[in-house]
Design a protein around this ligand. Structure first.
Ligand SMILES: [Zn+2]
Length: 311
């Protein structure tokens, strides 16, 4: 029987009806206007109703939600969701009451990894590491065909390993995390800081006072053109990412490494540095037979994975 998949972001909710093989039957999107838990539950219910209607009113059996944040694996309580400003919200229970069927809430990256494992670039893998660099940095670990959750459900938080103890402040509230240097939001923040310093002619000429041009790719271009400040930020970020992913390969010895997220997909130089880093720094035995591949499902991976996890 099909299930519902929900992708809960800070600005939009997407809902989809997904069949048992992971194919999308229908989908719907709704803007998050009211960020209170009650408001978000209503928005999810609207999008879910719309998706079921578009699918011809099919019967669905269960609902999976992928949400950015730290989620208690059994209770469906969202401990921390920074983009919604939530702490300890029992989303699973609230949605179950509203929708009338079983609800499973998981971290968005776990959902994406599960989607890729069953319906995308991870098909057939038993041991896989999924590394995403988008606005944030994250990873998910599949071992023996199962998601590794960790004792508290927050295993695989690649973005929050420390690369500079006591360094830049991270969105998680701690200092010196990988994400604070290499996440897309923070690449943009560091680019803005460099522009504000007035010491970066090449970057200034590329941006031309147009804030839309302040992107990780512009930073990469400025670094390639020899802008010293851009080069410093860019090389540091790419270098940290390369070592971090390579070390994870050494630790976990995955058969497959799946790369995804906007920064890795749109900044070819950073992607290349990560690939070279795995070759250069992961232990030789850990990368023997390692297959490196790109995510296939794009923005649908999380919604498909959440639906399949609920099946
Ligand atoms: Zn952090």
């Amino acid at each position: 029987m099909p299930t519902l998949g929900i992708d809960l972001g800070g600005t939009f909710v997407r809902a989809a009806v997904v069949d048992a093989k992971g194919a999308l039957i229908s989908s719907a999107k709704a803007a998050v206007m009211d960020r209170t838990p009650e408001g978000v539950v209503e928005t999810i219910a609207q999008a879910a109703t719309e998706a079921v209607k578009t699918a011809g009113g099919v019967k669905v059996d269960g609902c999976g939600v992928g949400a950015a944040g730290q989620i208690h694996k059994d209770s469906g309580v969202i401990s921390v969701a920074p983009n919604l400003g939530w702490r300890n919200v029992p989303l699973g229970e609230m949605l179950k009451t509203r929708l009338g069927y079983g609800v499973k809430v998981v971290n968005d990256l776990s959902a994406a990894a599960w989607g890729e494992l069953h319906a995308g670039a991870g098909r057939g893998a038993q041991d896989m590491l999924v590394a995403y660099v988008g606005s944030g940095v994250g990873s998910a670990i599949i071992a023996g065909g199962q998601l590794v959750n960790g004792g508290g459900g927050v295993a695989g938080e690649l973005g929050h390993i420390k690369v500079v103890p006591g360094g830049r402040r991270c969105g998680c509230g701690e200092h010196g995390c990988l994400e604070a240097y290499a996440g897309g939001h923070n690449l943009i923040a560091q680019t803005k800081e460099l522009l504000a310093s007035g010491n970066s002619r090449i970057l200034e000429s590329l941006v031309e006072d147009n804030p839309d041009r302040i992107t990780p790719l512009t930073l990469e271009t400025a670094a390639d053109m020899g802008d010293p400040g851009a080069k410093e930020i860019y090389s540091r970020a790419a270098g940290f990412l390369a070592v971090a992913v390579a070390n994870q390969v050494t630790m976990l010895n995955p058969a497959r490494l799946l790369l995804g997220g906007g920064v890795l997909m749109h900044c070819p130089g950073i992607r290349l540095r990560v690939l070279e880093g795995v070759q250069a720094y992961a232990s030789r035995t850990s990368r023997e037979g390692l297959l490196i591949t790109d995510a296939e499902l794009g923005d649908d991976s999380g919604i498909i994975g959440a639906a399949l996890l609920a099946a």
